[in-house]
Write a protein that binds this ligand. Structure first.
Ligand SMILES: Nc1ncnc2c1ncn2[C@@H]1O[C@H](COP(=O)(O)OP(=O)(O)OP(=O)(O)O)[C@@H](O)[C@H]1O
Ligand SMILES: CC(C)(CO)[C@@H](O)C(=O)[O-]
Ligand code: BAL
Length: 799
C-alpha cells in the first residue's frame, strides 16, 4: 500500500481536533486545535459524516476524486490491495465511524500503526468492501491461480455470512427446496421461491459488513429451477427475472443441448454458469444422486459437454459428483474458464458447497462434504435450553426485562390496585414451592436427604426440593445457588419431571448394545431421527441413585443411553476389580422399567483393543495428590480416559454424573473444558441420592456388614453437622468430622474442604462458602473392609 497523505485530523474528546502527522509537511495545522481554527484551513467540518479527515495530495496519475465538503483539504493517493479486482470506484476519502476501524494495522512501524495509519487502513478496508468483485474480478483471480470459493445462500443471514467470509461467488441454489422448504428434492422449487431468495441474498451482500471485512462483494448466481428453462423464451424471461432480483449470473443444469440457450442468454447480456456431471434436477434419469462419468465413455461425454457450453459462452462451469480425474480433465479441456467442483476433487479452479452441509445444519452431510461446524447440534441444544428455561421461569431473568420507574409504578398501583402487583409480591407468591410440586409436600420431605447437585456450563438447571439448594459452577469454580424464588428460578426437580413425563412418555423398548458397532448403528439412527441423547455412564449394579440419574436424563433429552462398563483402567491392582458386583440382567430389568432407551455394555476388549489402559490416556494432572486422587493416584486417569472414549462413541448432547463422586465430577468438567468438548455436549451433575437414614447410595454399599451398615449414616450426619455449625470454617469442619467419625470407630481416609475448580484444599480459616466438602471413610468389621464416599456442597451466598 502506498500513500502520500501527510496528516489525519480526528475529533478528540472535549470537542478539539488533533493532527496525527505522518510527516511535518502540513505545518500550518497545530498538533491540537479548535473547531474555529480548523475551519480556517478546511471550511466547515462535515459533522455528521465523519470522525476523521485525511490530508494529503492527489497523485496525478489517478482519478481526480475530490472529497466533497473538504474544501481546502488535499487529496490522497490510495493504492488499495485488491484494487485490480474491483469493478467500482473507491468511494469517499472520509473515514467511517471509529467502530469500523480494523483492530490492527500492517505493523510496519514497529510499535504498531499510529492512529493515522489505522485510519487509513480502515478507509482502505471500507473502500475495498464497498466494491463489487464482478465477473471480471472472478476471472482475474482465476487467471492468477487463486482458488475460488462458492457457497449457497438462501436468505439474508446466510448471504451476509458468506460475503463476510470473502467468498467469490454466492449461489442462490435450488437446494433451497430440500434445505429450507422441506421438499424431498430440488424439483418442487418455483421461480417465485427463487426470486424471493435471490432478492434476500442480494440484500445480504449489500448490507454493511463488519469492520474487519476488506473483501469485495461476491458475485450472486441464480440457480434456474426445474422447468424454468424448458423453452428458450422461458429461459430468457426467467433469467432476466433473476437479474432483476439481484443475480449477476444464472446457472443451468445440462449438457451441450443447452448451448443454443447459453448463446441466446449471453447475447441478451446475461452471463451463464453451466452445470454438468450429476444434475440433481435430472437425478431420476441419472440413476439417483450418484457418481457420474465413471466409465471412459461417459467421462468423455462430460468433457465434450463442457467444451460446447464454453463455446456457447458459459463463463464458468459447475461439475458435480464425478471422479477426481474427470473433473481435472474437464478443467484441462477448458483452461480459460473456471470449473467449480462439488464432490469432484480439488484439481479444479474452485469449490462449491451447500451452506447447510458445511455447517452441519441437518446432521451428517454426504461423504464428500466436510462439516466445518455442528450447527444442528448447537442449535438443538439452544432450543432445548430455551424451552426448558421458559417452562421453568428461568428465562426471562432480571436482565431480560425492564422495570417500570418506581414513581410511575406507584401511580399505576393507585389507578389499578387489584391488577398491579409489585415484584416482591410476585416472588412471595412463588414461595410455596413444595406445595406446588405434583408430588406434594410429603414427597418433598421424603427427598429432604437429596443434597442437590451442581451444574456446569453449558448450564442446564436442575432444581431442588430441599437441602442446600441446586448449584451452578461459575467460571473460576465459584458456586452460585440457583435461587428458586428469584428471577433465575430453576425448576423444582419434581416439576421438571412432571413436564417431561407429560411431553414424552418413557420408551417401552430398551435397546441392548453389546458392541461398539451396535452402539454406532443405534446412535446413527437417533441422529437421523433428530433425537437428543443423554448419556448416563455407570459401572452397573444399579441402585436407586443410578435410576434417579436416568430420571433426570429423561428430562434433558429424548433418548437415555446408559453405559455399563466396569472399567479396569480405574482400578489399582490391589482394588476390587474382580469382585466388583456385575448384575447385568437385573440392571437391564431396572432400566427397562425406568424407561431408558438403550444400554451400551461393552467388553473390556471392545473398549481397550490393545489392553487397558492403552497407549494414550487422559491425565488430569490438576487433581494429583489431592483428597481422593491422593488415595487412588491412577484412578482419575482411568476415569477420564474411559469417559472420553464413551463421549466419543456415544456422542451425547448431555452426560449426567452423580455428585457423590465429587472429584470425578470436577475432573470430567475440566476435561470437557480443557479438551474443548464443552461446545459439543453439556454436563449435568445430579444431587446425591440417599437412603432414608442419609447414607449415600452406592454399589459398594453391598460390601459392609450389618454392623457397619448401622454405623454408616454417621458419615452424612457428621458432614451436615460440621458444615451447619455456627461460624464453621474449613478447619472446624475437618476437625469436627474427624472427631465424630473416629468416635464411631471409623477411619477417615481424608476429609477435604476444597474449591470446586481445582479441588485444592482451602486454608483453615478461609470462607466455607463455595466449597466441596468430601470424605472417604474406611469401615472394618470382622475382617471385612469397606470404603465409603460422601460429599456435600456448600454454596455461596449468591451473586
Ligand atoms: N447415590 C448416588 N447419587 C447420585 N449419583 C450416584 C449415586 N451413586 C452413584 N452415582 C453416580 O452414578 C454414576 C455411576 O456410578 P457407579 O456405577 O460407580 O456407582 P457407584 O454407586 O458410585 O459405585 P461405587 O460404589 O463403585 O462408587 C456416577 O456418576 C456416580 O456418581
Ligand atoms: C464414570 C464411570 C462410569 C467411569 O468408569 C465410573 O467412574 C463411575 O461409575 O462413576
Ligand atoms: N463411582 C466411582 C467409581 C469407582 O470407584 O471406581
Amino acid at each position: 500500500m502506498t500513500c502520500s497523505f501527510s496528516a489525519a485530523i480526528r475529533r478528540v474528546p472535549g470537542g478539539a481536533f488533533a493532527k496525527t502527522p505522518k510527516s511535518q509537511a502540513m505545518t500550518a495545522v497545530p498538533m491540537q486545535t479548535s473547531f474555529g481554527n480548523l475551519n480556517t484551513y478546511f471550511g466547515s467540518w462535515p459533522k455528521r459524516r465523519s470522525q476523521f479527515l485525511i490530508y494529503g495530495c492527489l497523485n496525478p496519475r489517478r482519478t481526480n476524486a475530490i472529497v466533497s465538503g473538504s474544501q481546502g483539504c488535499g487529496h490522497v493517493d490510495i493504492d488499495v490491495k485488491d484494487d485490480a479486482d474491483s469493478a467500482t470506484d473507491i468511494g469517499s476519502l472520509y473515514g467511517g465511524t471509529p467502530q469500523s476501524f480494523p483492530a490492527t494495522g500492517d505493523g510496519s512501524s514497529g510499535g504498531g500503526p499510529g492512529p493515522a495509519e489505522a485510519a487509513l487502513a480502515a478507509a482502505h478496508a471500507a473502500a475495498a468492501a464497498a466494491k463489487c468483485l464482478g465477473l471480471g474480478g472472478v476471472a482475474r483471480r482465476f487467471k492468477k491461480g487463486q482458488k475460488l470459493a462458492m457457497v449457497t445462500a438462501y436468505d439474508f443471514p446466510s448471504s451476509r455470512l458468506a460475503r463476510e467470509a470473502g467468498v467469490e461467488l454466492i449461489l442462490v441454489g435450488d437446494s433451497l427446496g430440500n434445505c429450507r422448504l422441506g421438499l424431498p428434492d430440488t424439483v418442487g422449487v418455483t421461480m417465485e421461491d427463487m426470486l424471493r431468495a435471490t432478492s434476500s441474498v442480494r440484500r445480504g451482500v449489500e448490507a454493511r459488513p463488519g469492520a474487519s471485512v476488506a473483501s469485495p462483494k461476491p458475485v450472486v448466481v441464480g440457480d434456474m429451477p426445474f422447468g424454468s428453462y424448458l423453452l428458450l423464451p422461458d429461459a430468457l424471461r426467467n433469467a432476466a427475472a433473476f437479474r432483476l432480483a439481484g443475480a449477476e449470473m444464472v446457472k443451468m443444469e445440462g449438457g451441450r443441448h443447452l448451448a443454443p440457450f447459453i448463446e441466446a442468454l449471453t447475447r441478451a447480456g446475461i452471463a451463464v454458469m453451466g452445470h454438468i456431471g450429476l444434475e440433481p434436477q435430472k437425478a431420476l434419469l441419472q440413476g439417483g444422486l450418484r457418481l457420474q462419468g465413471t466409465t471412459a465413455r461417459s467421462a468423455a461425454e462430460i468433457i465434450r459437454d463442457a467444451e460446447e457450453l464454453v463455446k456457447a459462452g458459459a463463463v464458468a462451469i459447475v461439475i458435480e459428483c464425478v471422479p477426481v480425474e474427470v473433473a481435472s480433465a474437464v478443467q484441462a479441456a477448458i483452461p480459460g474458464v473456471p470449473v467449480i467442483g462439488i464432490g469432484a476433487g480439488g484439481e479444479v479452479a474452485g469449490q462449491v458447497l451447500v451452506c447447510d452441509d458445511l455447517l452441519g445444519v441437518h446432521g451428517r452431510p454426504p461423504s464428500f462434504v466436510k462439516m466445518f461446524a455442528d450447527v444442528g447440534r448447537v442449535s438443538a441444544n439452544a432450543y432445548a435450553r430455551y424451552v426448558a428455561e421458559v417452562r421453568t421461569g428461568e428465562f426471562p431473568g432480571e436482565a431480560h426485562g425492564r422495570p417500570m420507574k418506581p414513581e410511575e409504578l406507584e401511580k399505576l398501583k393507585e389507578l389499578l390496585p387489584l391488577v398491579v402487583k409489585s415484584r416482591a409480591s410476585q416472588v412471595a407468591k412463588a414461595k410455596p414451592d413444595a406445595a406446588a410440586s405434583p408430588q406434594g409436600p410429603q414427597a418433598s420431605s421424603s427427598l429432604a436427604h437429596r443434597q442437590q447437585g451442581f451444574v456446569t456450563n453449558p448450564i442446564v438447571g436442575l432444581g431442588s426440593t430441599g437441602g442446600l439448594g441446586s448449584l451452578e459452577v461459575l467460571p473460576g469454580g465459584r458456586f452460585q445457588a440457583l435461587n428458586f424464588l428469584g428471577p433465575r428460578a430453576s425448576p423444582t426437580f419434581a416439576a421438571a419431571r412432571h413436564i417431561s413425563q407429560a411431553a414424552s412418555p418413557g420408551s417401552p423398548r430398551l435397546a441392548v448394545l453389546p458392541t461398539r458397532a451396535d452402539l454406532s448403528a443405534w446412535r446413527r439412527e437417533a441422529s437421523a431421527r433428530g433425537r437428543r441423547v443423554a448419556l448416563v455412564p455407570t459401572m452397573g449394579n444399579l441402585h436407586e441413585g443410578h435410576l434417579e440419574l436416568v430420571d433426570q436424563a429423561k428430562e434433558l433429552a429424548d433418548e437415555v443411553l446408559v453405559s455399563i462398563f466396569v472399567n479396569p483402567a480405574q482400578f489399582a491392582a490391589h482394588e476390587d476389580l474382580d469382585r466388583y458386583p456385575r448384575t447385568l440382567e437385573e440392571d437391564l430389568k431396572k432400566l427397562r422399567e425406568r424407561g431408558a432407551s438403550a444400554v451400551f455394555a461393552p467388553t473390556p476388549g471392545d473398549m481397550y483393543p490393545h489392553g487397558s489402559p492403552g497407549g494414550t490416556v487422559v491425565v488430569p494432572h490438576f487433581v494429583q495428590g489431592r483428597s481422593e486422587a491422593s488415595c487412588r493416584p491412577e484412578h482419575f486417569t482411568g476415569v477420564a480416559t474411559v469417559c472420553l472414549k464413551l463421549f466419543n462413541l456415544c456422542d451425547p448432547h448431555v452426560a449426567i454424573f452423580g455428585q457423590k463422586d465429587a472429584m470425578q465430577c470436577v475432573v470430567i468438567a475440566r476435561m470437557l473444558e480443557d479438551l474443548m468438548l464443552d461446545e459439543r455436549m453439556s454436563l449435568v451433575i445430579a444431587g446425591t441420592s440417599r437412603e432414608a437414614d442419609g447414607l449415600a447410595r452406592s454399589s459398594r454399599n453391598r460390601y459392609p456388614t450389618e454392623g457397619m451398615r448401622q454405623k454408616a449414616p454417621a458419615i452424612y450426619r457428621a458432614l451436615l453437622d460440621s458444615v451447619q455449625a455456627a461460624g464453621a470454617t474449613p478447619l472446624s469442619v475437618r476437625s469436627t468430622v474427624h472427631q465424630m467419625l473416629e468416635r464411631e470407630g471409623m477411619e477417615v481416609s481424608y476429609i477435604s474442604v476444597a474449591d470446586a475448580r481445582g479441588m485444592a484444599e482451602k486454608p483453615d480459616s478461609a470462607e466455607l462458602q463455595n466449597s466441596i466438602v468430601s470424605i472417604a471413610c474406611i469401615l472394618k468389621d470382622n475382617g471385612v473392609v469397606s470404603r465409603l464416599l460422601d460429599c456435600i456442597v456448600v454454596p455461596g451466598t449468591g451473586e
